[in-house]
Design a protein around this ligand. Structure first.
Ligand code: GTP
Ligand code: MG
Length: 202
């Protein structure tokens, strides 16, 4: 799929305020600083469509982008960001969970996992929650450029083992580097096939 047009539509504090059009939509979610906004920019081939930051906690609302005027990308706030009040963290959680459970347009969520760090409890807990609630999801490993080729399979194996302690099988996985534009074609091909499915049933 070629992305000809990508447009920031707005940032919304609740899913009820998101665009009402029935465009197929994909959410990007993961721990704070995992590289969600960078990945969205890489996919859309835009430098600053989604705002990125070295400081975690940049993305705080449901950010909606319309692509090729027919499908949507949603950049969600990262979970596990420690430097905010407990009240705020609960509000974020509620916003994310309600979005994932209630948003009719959502086709699937992409859970981003940093390929450089050992398995993280909050990633596993979040993935288990998605599974329990029946939210379809896929995995995207990020920042693979930071690893030596020999380290990558070792790290992935550890993360997979941690997940397989809870799951019999794992969803489809993508390996990406936003810095080196790796994984772009694979993700866009996948999105294209889901979009085609969606429109053929519409
Ligand atoms: P929040 O919005 O705060 O939750 O963060 P985020 O998940 O949107 O992360 P963001 O895209 O802002 O990236 C966080 C940091 O990681 C930035 O300093 C990016 O430059 C860096 N980063 C993102 N993707 C990559 C990558 O593929 N490789 C490397 N080396 N660094 C990356
Ligand atoms: Mg972000």
């Amino acid at each position: 799929m070629t992305i000809n047009e990508s447009e920031y539509i707005g940032s919304f504090p609740r899913h009820q305020l998101c665009p009402k059009e029935m465009y197929p939509e994909y959410a990007f979610i993961g721990r704070s600083n995992v590289g969600k906004s960078s990945l969205i920019n890489m996919l859309c081939d835009r430098k600053e469509l989604a705002r990125t930051s070295k400081k975690p906690g940049k993305t705080q609302m449901i950010n909606y982008y319309l692509i090729n005027q027919e499908w949507g990308i949603v950049d969600l706030p990262g979970y596990g960001y420690a430097k905010i009040s407990k009240k705020m963290r609960l509000q974020w959680r509620e916003m994310i969970e309600q979005y994932l459970l209630k948003r009719e347009q959502l086709q699937c969520a992409f859970v981003l996992i940093d390929a450089n760090v050992p398995p993280q409890n909050n990633d596993i807990e979040f993935i288990n929650w998605l599974g329990k609630m029946g939210v379809p999801f896929l995995l995207i490993y990020t920042k693979i450029d930071r690893l030596k080729p020999i380290q990558l399979p070792e790290n992935i194996q550890k993360i997979e083992n941690a997940l397989l302690a809870h799951w019999e099988e794992l969803p489809q996985q993508f390996y990406t580097s936003s810095n080196e534009k790796k994984g772009r074609a694979e993700i866009l091909d996948f999105l294209e096939s889901i979009n085609e499915d969606f429109w053929s049933k519409a």
